[in-house]
Every structure is written in structure tokens, then in C-alpha cells.
Design a protein around this ligand. Structure first.
Ligand code: M6R
Length: 395
């Protein structure tokens, strides 16, 4: 049932504070992450030589968003595979690998074939799915259900944000034996508890996104630039726009801009630049124990370096786009509007700043709303876009 909403997609976007709460329910207690479905395999996962994330479409993007924190908290290299490409290449996979299969439906043909392939090659296979009893849930060795609730709209919205939260919790659970990341893990757990309320606040941007959609209704194309934790946000935002609004849209790694895409920039082509701050800049809690003080100091210094690296790089991307009279829409942290657009010429979307690995969850919400409004204004079917099915069960 759609309730007070005109479409399932809109309902599902607005359900996210609740779906995220359900995803985390019973799994975060007294600062400890408990994931029953992984308990018996945790030793093997921690000893893996590599973690491979495998999925398609939005599920692949969710894994991409979780990749940096998985590497940071586990110290295990993480590689990414789009399921169909993994099969086309017969990619190398070993018994020392942990292969994480991400699929909302748990029935996507390419993902299931990649699972068969990984099982044949002896990898430990872990499933992240929204569908209890799905083929993915049954055939993997272990896994975690995302508990996002039923998603009807073909465009995945609430499953995406719940997938990220679940993969962040998996990273916390795998890395829970490391003292060096204790402060970061505490920050993330505190961030997770506040997240549903902050997502609720971002949903207030609905009207603003409708007005932005009105200004873009007749465009042929829309680019999105992101980097670091938000490269996935750019890819996922662009996928939402193309699949429902039937408008060409491309998500790009901002670091690649000068290697080609810059040629497209002029005063007409709209470009969304995701330039929110990474939370790594925030001071961590100082503790009364000397070894903790050392780790806090170490964490602070490395965090500042990462912050300056990513944030100032995105600032320079904005300057280069401004210099070419680019038509920018900048997504930035609350209070940063004058910093990212000193001349006030660009449109700005301000969002709350949260711990870095959770920022993609906040940042995708305005883009989901934008895709929704663009579709309705352009008169297309928002819940059942042409040529697409909710679950792609053929190769
Ligand atoms: O059920 P899955 O998560 O395995 O589906 C994978 C993709 O087909 C799916 O995410 C698709 O990209 C979405 N419709 C995008 O919104």
C-alpha cells in the first residue's frame, strides 16, 4: 500500500529513517556489534587474504560505498567485482578469499552465477540480502539480512542505504579486535545511533529538490562528480536519474575530471559536485589512558591528512569547473555554502555532516528525491520504468 504517497518510490525514500532503524535493531548493544549470521565464520573472515565485493547495479554501488571503511577497519585488501564482468573474465578467486555477495532480491542471475563460481573455487561466501529464504541466502555459507522491508519500486532506495549500514556493521564486527581503530569504531557506532534522525532531517530537502528538478526538466544530460567515500554516491545518483527519469546521467570520479570529462564543461551542462566534508577532521575523545592518548594523537594526525587531501581536492575541482563557467550544483556540509561557492553563482544543497563512512547514506537522499521529482515532472512511470524489472533473473 502506498499510504499517503503518490508512488512507491516516494514512500520508500521517506521510509528510510524507519528502515535504517530496523536494519540496526538488536545488532548494536553497548558499543558492540553482534551479527549472529557471521559469528561462526569470523575467524576465517579475519584470516582472509582478500575480501571481494560482488553485485550488480545499486547493490554494487552500496558495496563500493562501504569499501573504504571495510579496508580501514579490517586491514584486509578489498576488491570490487560487477558480477557479469567477473564471469566474463573468469576472474581469479581463491580459497583464502572471502566473497561478499550483495543483492536486494537475492535472485539476480548474474550474482547467483558468480556465487556458484566462487563456491566452486573454494572461497568463503557471505550474502548480504533483503530477502529471507532467497537463493542467495540459502546458497552462501553465512550472511546478514538487511531487513529494509519490502521494496516495490524498481528503483532501489531504502535497500541501498540499509545495505551500506549493514556492510559498515560487518566492517565493525570484523575489525572489532583492533585497538588502533577503537576511537574510530566508537565514532561510527555513535554516528549509527543518530543516523535515522539525521536522515529524517535530510528528507526536509524534498521541496528544494523539487524546485531543482523543475530547473532541470528539459535537460538532455546531468553529470555527477564524487570522490572517496562519495564516488559511489555519484554513480548511484546518476543511476537513479537515468533509470527512472530517462535522462542521460553519468557519475564520475572527480579525480578523473581533468583526464577527459573537463572537455564537456560549459555554461549549459548541469553538473552536481558532491563536496561534503569528511568527518575525519573532528577531534576524537581524549581518554585517561596513555596508550589511548597515543592512538588518539595518531588518529588525529592521519585523519587531518586524509581530510585535507580529499576535501581540498574537491575544492580545487569546484574552482576548475567555475573557471570554465560550469553550471554547478554543489552538495556541501551545512554551513559551507559560502566556502564552496564564494560568488554565490551556483546552486547549493546543504546536508548534515556525519562520520565519513555514513556520509554516503545522507548524501544519496537528496539525489533520490531529485530523480523522483524529475521523473514525475517529465511524466514517466516512476515505479515501473520502461524495459526494467525489479529482479533481473535472466543473464
Ligand atoms: O536485487 P539486486 O540488488 O541483486 O539487483 C541488482 C540490480 O538489478 C538493481 O540494484 C538495479 O540496479 C536497481 N533497479 C537500481 O535501482
Amino acid at each position: 500500500k502506498k499510504g499517503d504517497f503518490d508512488h512507491f518510490m516516494k514512500k520508500e525514500i521517506h521510509e528510510q529513517p524507519g528502515s535504517l532503524t530496523t536494519s540496526m535493531r538488536g545488532r548494536l548493544k553497548d558499543g558492540i556489534v553482534g551479527l549472529g549470521g557471521l559469528k561462526d565464520h569470523m575467524r576465517t573472515i579475519r584470516r582472509s587474504r582478500r575480501i571481494i565485493f560482488i553485485g550488480c547495479g545499486t547493490s554494487f554501488h552500496a558495496a563500493l560505498a562501504a569499501r573504504p571503511i571495510m579496508e580501514e577497519l579490517t586491514d584486509i585488501p578489498v576488491t570490487m567485482e560487477i558480477a557479469s564482468d567477473m564471469l566474463d573474465r573468469k576472474a581469479l578467486i581463491f580459497k583464502e578469499d572471502t566473497a561478499v555477495f550483495v543483492s536486494q532480491s537475492g535472485e539476480t542471475a548474474d550474482t547467483l552465477l558468480a556465487l556458484e563460481y566462487a563456491l566452486e573455487n573454494g572461497a568463503l561466501c557471505l550474502g548480504v540480502t533483503n530477502t529471507v529464504g532467497s537463493t542467495l541466502a540459502r546458497k552462501t555459507h553465512c550472511g546478514v539480512h538487511i531487513n529494509a522491508g519490502c521494496e516495490i519500486g524498481v528503483a532501489s532506495t531504502k535497500a541501498y542505504t540499509c545495505q551500506i549500514v549493514v556492510m559498515v556493521m560487518i566492517a565493525l564486527a570484523i575489525g572489532s579486535d583492533k585497538l588502533s581503530t577503537l576511537a574510530k569504531r566508537e565514532d561510527i557506532i555513535a554516528g549509527l545511533t543518530k543516523l535515522p534522525e539525521q536522515v529524517h532531517d535530510v528528507l526536509e530537502l524534498d521541496g528544494e529538490m523539487k524546485s531543482l528538478a523543475e530547473s532541470l526538466i528539459d535537460e538532455q544530460s546531468l553529470l555527477m562528480f564524487g570522490r572517496g567515500n562519495n564516488y559511489a554516491t555519484a554513480l548511484e545518483g546518476a543511476l537513479k536519474v537515468k533509470e527512472v527519469a530517462l535522462m542521460h546521467s553519468e557519475g564520475m570520479l572527480a579525480g578523473e575530471m581533468k583526464h577527459g570529462p573537463l572537455a564537456l564543461v560549459d555554461e549549459y551542462l548541469p553538473i552536481i559536485v558532491i563536496a561534503t566534508r569528511d568527518d575525519t577532521f573532528r577531534l576524537c575523545n581524549v581518554r585517561d589512558n596513555n596508550s589511548h592518548l597515543f592512538y588518539c594523537f595518531f588518529f588525529l594526525v592521519s585523519s587531518c591528512i586524509i581530510f585535507l587531501f580529499i576535501y581540498s581536492k574537491q575544492q580545487s575541482v569546484i574552482q576548475q569547473l567555475h573557471a570554465r563557467k560550469g553550471r554547478l550544483i554543489v552538495m556541501c556540509s551545512k554551513g559551507d555554502a559560502s566556502l564552496v561557492c564564494p560568488d554565490g553563482r551556483s546552486r547549493v544543497i546543504e546536508v548534515p555532516q556525519v562520520v565519513d563512512c555514513l556520509q554516503p547514506i545522507i548524501n544519496i537522499i537528496p539525489l533520490q528525491l531529485l530523480a523522483y521529482h524529475l521523473t514525475v515532472l517529465r511524466g514517466y512511470n516512476v515505479d515501473q520504468p520502461r524495459n526494467l524489472a525489479k529482479s533481473v533473473t535472466t543473464q
